[in-house]
Design a protein around this ligand. Structure first.
Ligand SMILES: [Zn+2]
Ligand SMILES: [Zn+2]
Ligand SMILES: [Zn+2]
Length: 541
């Protein structure tokens, strides 16, 4: 591959702003290092810091994420249509946030000094107002509609709403007596708001999700269908209402979970509900996409401490930890947590939680190179999963439908079953996973083929089957493809396609290529020879 330089890339990418890109990469690198530093567990000496200092430091991650978004022109800078009035309009967003802060911070502080009572009952009312204004704003923005309450959306930039909510929630989560006073004082309505109300992801996200599912299920879906669904999804992705509520919910759920071990009966009940919610939100893919990094940011204390981590994993949350290792603002933290994962974390897993775990592991392989599977995190995960639950999570993951690539698990269960492998030690696993890394290309292609839907087999037949570019059977199949009518399926034709894709014998010398006939192999030999020789040499090393 030619080296990419400023000059030749400019030919490919029109109108690229190089100075911006360079600055973005430079700042991004620094910010990434800063995020990694911030995701580390705070030293126990920092518990002597004042509440305000602790809150400020916990807000840094959100602020850095926002700065990067701001540079890239992301949606978090959106100005509310009612912004700019002073004093803020009554019942508007700024007014609600100010009132919430006054109750949670000032009124509570005052009540500790004197015997004054605080009207905590207003809290859920104000929070519902905040949530509904965000909803109205985004529904109008995406659906290009108007609503009288838009004038109450008076924030200068919408990120501030999320940040203020984060701060309010941190006052509660880092100060247990304050949290108890508020939970007790605000009563059932607040409890319902935090622990029971269905999470509103917005109508556009729901439409996008339904469309994605329909396309994934449709055996005959083609690239156009996938593009259409992708377009709707990216439009719906502009809805940040749930993302902005993510810190608030995540901070409170995390605090309630952390407080469980020495909590009273009520706290234990809250903790159970919070755990159920947090596990669902953080492991469900739709929810992860919607809430995004705000939830991960708020959940960090669970990854910091072994005791809540074990409970979280046993309740089905391990997939969140792996997912945050694949992609989040605290990847380094998650990697360290996973390297040092207590064995108890693997107990009590269900079919559903194991499916979520294997799915995240597949994502990790797809994001990195396949060598990642021989690292200790993968070896440990496979070893523990098999030790506790046998072959079944591997078999299920090997035939997962939809967008994911099940090849890794398909391969593992196939080898274990076919060869009756024992797989009793970590070193057995390391060996099998190393075999996976070394799979010859022809076998890898065949595994992929076996997991493709019929429409993908037709669309992508160039990449499978016989490696001879002049293969007559490939040409014949490509002709048949042209004549194919969507919805009309001819069994003989499909069998012919299938046979060609899955039954070409590999080059016996190297295993890298495969051919449907000796003639095809002979025709391709002049091209294949140098690769074949090199592969054989590499293998001898
Ligand atoms: Zn694939
Ligand atoms: Zn051929
Ligand atoms: Zn060869």
């Amino acid at each position: 591959m030619p080296r990419i330089t400023r000059e030749n890339l400019a030919e490919v990418v029109d109108g690229i702003d190089w100075d911006f890109l360079q600055k973005f990469v430079e700042v991004g690198g620094k910010q990434k290092a800063e995020l990694d530093r911030l995701s580390k567990r705070p030293p126990s000496s920092s518990s002597h810091a004042s509440l305000e200092e602790q809150i400020n430091s916990r807000c840094q991650t959100a602020l850095i994420g926002f700065k990067m978004q701001e540079m890239a022109g992301g949606g978090l800078t959106a100005r509310g249509p009612g912004a700019g009035r002073f004093p803020p309009v009554q019942g508007g967003m700024l007014d609600c946030l100010n009132q919430l802060k006054k109750i949670v911070i000032d009124d509570y502080n005052a009540s500790q000094r004197s015997q004054r009572t605080v009207n905590y009952k207003k809290i859920p009312v104000l929070l519902k107002r905040v949530r509904s204004l965000l909803r109205i704003f985004y529904d109008c923005q995406i659906g290009q509609k108007a609503h009288p309450d838009l004038l109450l959306c008076d924030w200068p930039q919408v990120f501030d709403v999320g940040l203020e909510l984060h701060k309010i929630a941190l006052y509660l989560s880092l100060d247990r007596p304050r949290l108890l006073a508020v939970m007790d004082g605000a009563g059932a309505e607040f409890e319902t708001f935090v622990l029971e109300d269905p999470f509103d992801v917005g109508q556009y996200r729901l439409i996008a999700q339904a469309l994605q599912e329909a396309v994934a299920k449709d055996e005959e879906a083609d690239d156009d269908d996938r593009m259409d669904a992708g377009e709707v999804e990216s439009k719906a992705g502009g809805d940040l209402a749930a993302h902005l509520m993510g810190w608030f919910y995540g901070d409170l759920h995390t605090a309630l979970i952390l407080n469980e071990p020495d909590g009273n009966e009520k706290e234990k009940k809250w903790a159970r509900k919070a755990m159920k919610r947090l596990v669902f939100w953080s492991t469900n893919h739709v929810m992860r996409d919607v809430v995004g990094d705000s939830l991960t940011d708020a959940m960090k204390p669970i990854y910091w401490y072994k005791e809540p981590l074990i409970r979280f994993c046993q309740a089905g949350g391990m997939a969140a930890l792996i997912g945050d290792w694949v992609n989040s603002s605290c990847q380094v933290l998650c990697e360290e947590t996973l390297k040092d994962l207590p064995d108890e974390c693997w107990e009590n897993q269900t079919k559903k939680s194991l499916a979520a775990i294997t799915k995240e592991l597949q994502y990790k392989v797809a994001h990195e190179s396949s060598e990642i599977v021989v690292t200790p995190i993968f070896v440990n995960a496979m070893y523990n999963m098999y030790r506790h639950y046998g072959i079944s999570p591997f078999s299920s993951a090997g035939r997962q439908e939809g967008r994911d690539d099940p090849v890794l698990f398909y391969y593992l269960q196939h080898r274990i079953k076919k060869e009756g492998l024992g797989m009793n030690t970590k070193s057995d696993w390391r060996k099998l996973l190393q075999n996976y890394v070394d799979i010859p290309k022809s076998a890898e292609r065949r595994y992929h083929w076996e997991n493709c839907t019929i429409s993908i087999k037709w669309d992508c037949l160039e990449f499978y089957g016989c490696n001879n570019p002049a293969c007559p059977e490939k040409k014949a199949l490509m002709d048949l493809r042209k004549r194919r009518v969507r919805g009309v399926r001819v069994k003989e034709v499909e069998d012919r396609l299938d046979k060609w894709g899955s039954r070409c014998p590999a080059c016996s010398a190297c295993g890298e290529t495969a051919y449907c006939s000796p003639t095809c192999q002979k025709e391709h030999w002049p091209t294949h020879k140098p690769i074949c020789v090199k592969k054989r040499k590499d293998r001898k090393k």
